[in-house]
Structure formats: C-alpha cells, structure tokens
Design a protein around this ligand. Structure first.
Ligand code: IDP
Ligand code: MG
Length: 153
C-alpha cells in the first residue's frame, strides 16, 4: 500500500552539512519527495511532535535539541514507506544501528542520531499534519516510477 511518512533531518544533520547526503539516500532508494522545507521550530511545535515522550527523563533534552537550530522536514511517499524509512534510518541507538543505515553509518550518540521517521500509519498522519499544511504536500507522477515500482505504476 502506498504510504506517506514524515522524516526530519534533525539539527545535527543540518549543522554537520549532511542534509544532501541523507536526502539523497531516500531519493536513490526511489522514495518520492512530496514535501520539503527548512524549519527552526519553536517549543510548542516540538512538544506536539514529541508528545508521546512527554514526562520521560530525556524529554527536556530532546525538545532543547530539536529547537536548537534549523532542521529539514520531508514528506516521503512509496509503497510501505513507513517501515522502509525506519529500516533505512536504523536503530534509535546508533551503536546498535546496522551498518548501511543512516544512523549506523553516520551517528554515534542517541541524542544526536540525525533523523526522525514516523513509526506507524497513525503517527505518520498525525506528524504530517503537524509539520505540513495540506497544500504543502504535493501529488504528482514521475516517469521513472515504472522502473522503480513496476509497469502498473
Ligand atoms: P526513534 O527516533 O527511533 O523513533 P524514539 O524512541 O521515538 O526513537 O525517541 C525519540 C528520540 O528521542 C530518539 O531519536 C532519540 O534522539 C531520543 N531518545 C530516545 N530515548 C532516549 C534516551 O533514553 N535518552 C536520550 N535520548 C533518547
Ligand atoms: Mg519515535
């Protein structure tokens, strides 16, 4: 089933000048970028995004980190995009992330793990609505899709 998922290249990715390389991984895999922007979020939006973690010991640090500088918000579309992107990002703890994943190749610490991705259809719907206004997500065809997704695409 075709899904859309929210990805953030977090402020560490912007500061480390890894935005292009990280976005290129999703593009090269064949995911379609249907939304893209650079945002410096305020505390209110950060708290909405990380609402499920409110009350946890790392919550304050997480909000401070995500609001510490600009990040890149991406909406990606593909069949099974939600699971696909989580697999590409790798385990939350970079030390446990497999080589070949973004975190496994480019990160060391859990607090600086470069990327966020929605973890379920419900969180994808909620998060896409938090980060993108309806008109900011585009629907369009790609000529290449018959080569990426097959002749029925
Ligand atoms: P995820 O990003 O892989 O979905 P979550 O469990 O949703 O992982 O946690 C959100 C983010 O919060 C993580 O990416 C990580 O940066 C941070 N985080 C999670 N657990 C801890 C912790 O125990 N200590 C410090 N930071 C944490
Ligand atoms: Mg999460």
């Amino acid at each position: 089933m075709v899904e859309r998922t929210l990805v953030l290249v977090k402020p560490d990715g912007v500061q480390r000048q890894l935005v292009g390389r990280i976005v290129a991984r999703y593009e090269e895999r064949g995911l379609k970028i249907v939304g893209l922007k650079l945002v410096h979020v305020d505390r209110a939006l950060a708290e909405r995004h990380y609402a499920v973690h409110k009350g946890k010991p790392f919550f304050e640090g997480l909000v401070a980190f995500i609001t510490s500088g600009p990040l890149v918000a991406l909406a990606l579309e593909a069949p099974n995009a939600i699971g696909l992107v989580r697999t590409m990002n790798g385990a939350t703890k970079p030390a446990e992330a497999a080589p070949g994943t973004i975190r496994g190749d480019l990160a060391i610490e859990m607090g600086q793990n470069l990327v966020h991705a929605s973890d379920s259809p419900e969180s994808a719907a909620t998060e896409l609505a938090i980060w993108f206004a309806p008109g900011e997500l585009l629907s369009f065809d790609r000529e290449i899709d018959r080569w990426v997704l097959g002749p029925q695409s």
